[in-house]
Design a protein around this ligand. Structure first.
Ligand code: COA
Length: 422
């Protein structure tokens, strides 16, 4: 059975803070943000947007005019910035989109791995036969938020990516026969129940990510032993490598760690390698990793969604030349669980990828000043926001957070202006 990603919808908040403005205010060299971290701008979340509205808006774009809500039998939201400890973001999305009452609906959490956990579960649901011909709606939605002035502040961001997962997918057919997994308990990033901002041991989290990648790729490689193309290093078979990118330079570090150990292992058998691999690694990253990072550079960290923004941006720009080619994915969630897996871009994918519209949405955002960013950042706990500001004219919506009544969250759609909450 051919299973994979049939459609992708992306959504980002309508405001943005350029790296220059943040660097200037915090008196750090802009080169550290742009070259050191790969961050050129970051999405800023105005009071009328939250993890649910981001998810619902991405989902609307994924379904478009092509997929009917009646076709959806499973809706999973992966997030680590949910709006409630008990009630899942997914059930709000279920109502906002008008999904069928027969659609299984829930939220999953494992830090930035939640979106991938949802995707893999959705594929298993289809492969098991439980789907009975229906499709799954998988949404990764997050707001990455750190204290002002902290080392993590330049690696904030927000956004959502929704995937329609189905049989005979139009975009990427996933290889379900082999994935490499690594999981283990580490305290690199966590958010205690009473806190709205994460605690992160930044440098340690980078080390944990890289170690998890080595183990997950080794698990993948073990399962590939005896493959037909063994004369080529395993990592070279992927036309592009899409890494989880909490900040874009993390993907370059991941690529270097992966290919160098893979090339060296292969060199022991047949490959001739120069003593200094720096140039080779850099050229390879420019060709196979950089094309996946342009959107992340302009949006910032989106936790569960970051790898899928990489995929969406890649397909938007390169689907035509990638048709028939294999992509490698590495997903990492702090704490930690990680997985390396692969998928092949489907012939004809460029027709669907042409509708993603991510670049257009990025260009439409309103640049905010440092003062506006700080005002939004300091907004009170959402529970207290009985009536947040209404969306500005730059809002691309349509769905927005309209406040809380008796601790119940409500959402509305701009065109209709009516609350969806019954
Ligand atoms: N011009 C160019 N590059 C510069 C620079 C300048 N003026 N100043 C510093 N840099 C480079 C550094 O050399 C470093 O590059 P390297 O990683 O290749 O060595 C990079 O910029 C970052 O500088 P560093 O001093 O390490 O940054 P930091 O102490 O502010 O921390 C993080 C960076 C990522 C650890 C921090 O932003 C963080 O905690 N983020 C949240 C956690 C996270 O995203 N974890 C990822 C794994 S899930």
């Amino acid at each position: 059975m051919r299973i994979g990603i049939d459609r992708i919808g992306t959504y980002i908040p309508s405001e943005v803070l350029p790296a220059e403005v943040l660097a200037d205010a915090r008196e750090i060299p802009v080169g550290k943000l742009k070259q050191g971290l790969g961050v050129h701008a970051m999405a800023v979340v105005p009071p009328w947007e939250d993890t649910v509205s981001l998810a619902a808006n991405a989902a609307l774009r994924a379904l478009g005019d092509t997929v009917s809500v009646e076709e959806i039998g499973l809706c999973i939201v992966g997030t680590e910035s949910g709006v409630d400890h008990s009630k899942p973001a997914a059930i709000f999305v279920h109502e906002l989109l008008g999904l069928p009452s027969t659609c299984r609906t829930y939220e999953v959490k494992h830090a930035c791995f939640g979106g991938t956990a949802a995707l893999l579960t959705a594929m298993d649901w289809i492969a098991s036969g439980s789907a009975r011909g229906r499709k799954a709606l998988v949404i990764a939605s997050d707001i990455a938020k750190y204290p002002p002035g902290s080392a993590g502040e330049p690696t904030q961001g927000a956004g959502a990516v929704a995937l329609v997962v189905s049989e005979d997918p139009a975009l990427v057919e996933m290889d379900r026969s082999c994935t490499g997994v690594f999981a283990g308990q580490v305290h690199d990033f966590w958010r205690p129940l009473d806190q709205t901002q994460a605690i992160v041991d930044g440098k340690y989290s980078v080390d944990c990510y890289l170690e998890a990648l080595e183990h997950a790729f080794a698990d993948y490689a073990r399962q590939q032993e005896g493959r037909d193309d063994a004369d080529q290093p395993l990592s070279d078979r992927f036309a592009r490598l899409v890494f989880h990118a909490p900040f874009p330079r993390m993907a370059s570090k991941a690529h270097a760690r992966m290919v160098v150990s893979d090339w060296k292992a292969h060199a022991a058998r047949s490959l001739e390698l120069p003593d200094d691999l720096t140039d080779l690694v850099e050229r390879d990253a420019q060709a196979r990793v950089d094309p996946t990072l342009w959107a992340n550079q302009l949006i910032g960290n989106t936790y569960t969604a970051s790898m899928y923004f990489g995929l969406a941006g890649l397909l938007e720009r390169e689907a035509t030349e990638l048709e028939g080619k294999l992509l490698g994915f590495f997903s990492y969630g702090s704490g930690c669980c990680s997985e390396f897996f692969a998928g092949r871009v489907v012939a004809g994918a460029s027709r669907v990828a042409g509708e993603i519209g991510l670049g257009e949405m990025i260009d439409r955002r309103k640049e905010v000043s440092m003062a506006e960013y700080e005002r939004h950042h300091a907004k009170p706990d959402l529970r207290a926001m009985e009536s947040p500001e209404k969306p500005g004219s730059h809002f691309s919506g349509p769905i927005y957070f309209s406040g809380t009544t008796d601790e119940k969250r409500t959402y509305a759609a701009q065109e209709r202006g009516a609350s969806f909450v019954r």
